[in-house]
Every structure is written in C-alpha cells, then in structure tokens.
Design a protein around this ligand. Sequence first.
Ligand code: ADP
Length: 225
Amino acid sequence: MTQSTFARWRGCGAIELTKRQEMILQIVKDEGPITGEQIAEKLNLTRATLRPDLAILTMAGFLDARPRVGYFYVGKTANQLFVEHVRKLKVKDYKSRPVVVTEELSVYDAICTMFLEDVGTLFVVKDGGRLAGVVSRKDLLKIALGKQDLQAIPVSVVMTRMPNIITCSQEDALYEAASKLMRNQVDALPVVRPMEDGEGLEVVGRITKTTITKAFVELGQESVL
Ligand code: ADP
C-alpha cells in the first residue's frame, strides 16, 4: 500500500487507517469517481459494512463524495494533512506566563529572578508595562565575568532593546513563532499586543524553545487513536 497510514481527524490529531480503509483509498485513487456500491463489490463486502469506513475517510479529508457521482480522492497526502494541522496551531493556545522585570532591576536581582522563576529569558518593561528589552542568560553571564558590582548595574545596560526585539502575537501560528526562534537564533519570544494608549507593546505571554518541544511531544502523542 503506497498510502501512508496517518490521516487528520478533524483537527484533533491523526488516526491510523485500517487495512480495509487503505484498500478503499487505493481503489478510489485508481478508479474514482466510484460509487460505494462499486467499491463494496470490488472488496466482496456489502455497502453497509463499508459505510463507517467511507465516513471516516471522508471526514479525515482523504475522500469526498458527490451525489450520483460517487467517491473521489481529494488528493491530499497524509503528510499534507499533518502539515495543515501543525500550521493551524496558535500561539495563544501554547503561550506560557511571561516573567517580566523593570529596567531599574539590578543585574544581580535579574540573575536571582531567573533562578527563582526557572526561566532563561526575562522581558524588561518600562512605563507601566511597555516592552523595553530582553535579557538572556548569556547577557547576564557576560556582565558577570567582569569585576563590576552587579548590584549597581541595571538590566537596561545589558538587555537587547526595542525596536530590535523579535515578538509574536496571540493569533500568530505557533509554526511561525517557531520559525522566528530558529531564524533569529533566540530562545524566547515575547507574545505581545499593542498597549491601550497605542504606544508600544504590552507583554502577555512567552513562547520558548521548550514550548515548541512540548507541542511536538503532544503532536506525537495524539497521532494514533
Ligand atoms: P542565550 O544568550 O542565553 O543563549 P538567546 O539565544 O535567547 O539566549 O539570546 C541571544 C541574544 O539575543 C541575547 O543577547 C539576547 O538578549 C537576545 N535575544 C533573546 N531573545 C530575543 C528576542 N526575542 N528578540 C531579540 N533579541 C533577543
């Protein structure tokens, strides 16, 4: 059977096709449009026996049916269906709580915050929540290598600043956020929305490489019924 065994199940992951469903798919691919009656005949089964299989294949997006025409192959490979499913995942459904600090916080306290909050990236805000910058582990390591007094240096000195921050928004595709992480070689993106006064961005969440790993594991778990 050339058809791969995974199909989307109405956006809820994927299902493994049975041998019989694989055979139906092949028949429709080779001979469609073809009626349910004709498929049943070829398999030496009754139309009633095939009904659930045909329903599954239609709902999963492999087949379509038209009255008086019969079943025809929609032409999507299992891979295409999987890609469609992945690209529909949204940032808003996967984002985690952002850890936000103010510009005046000392480098010393920023390091403590990273340990306490168990994160690798802090988002820095000013003026009541406006995104000002991002501080990563290595930003802090770099400054800690010197002989300066870490309690006297504010994080604003070591952060990467706006407007150079790569962000994403709640409605973005998770896939797009993952691509940004890769393209820009960073570990985290703030999820943002415009501030109410229209000036600058408010941080409402966080997407990290861990978020993407979690989503990947979930996709793997949901793929077999
Ligand atoms: P680390 O430096 O600990 O490996 P990153 O790879 O995330 O962590 O950070 C690399 C550099 O990119 C740091 O200087 C950091 O300030 C900056 N950075 C991190 N996240 C972003 C972001 N979303 N947008 C812009 N710059 C970022």
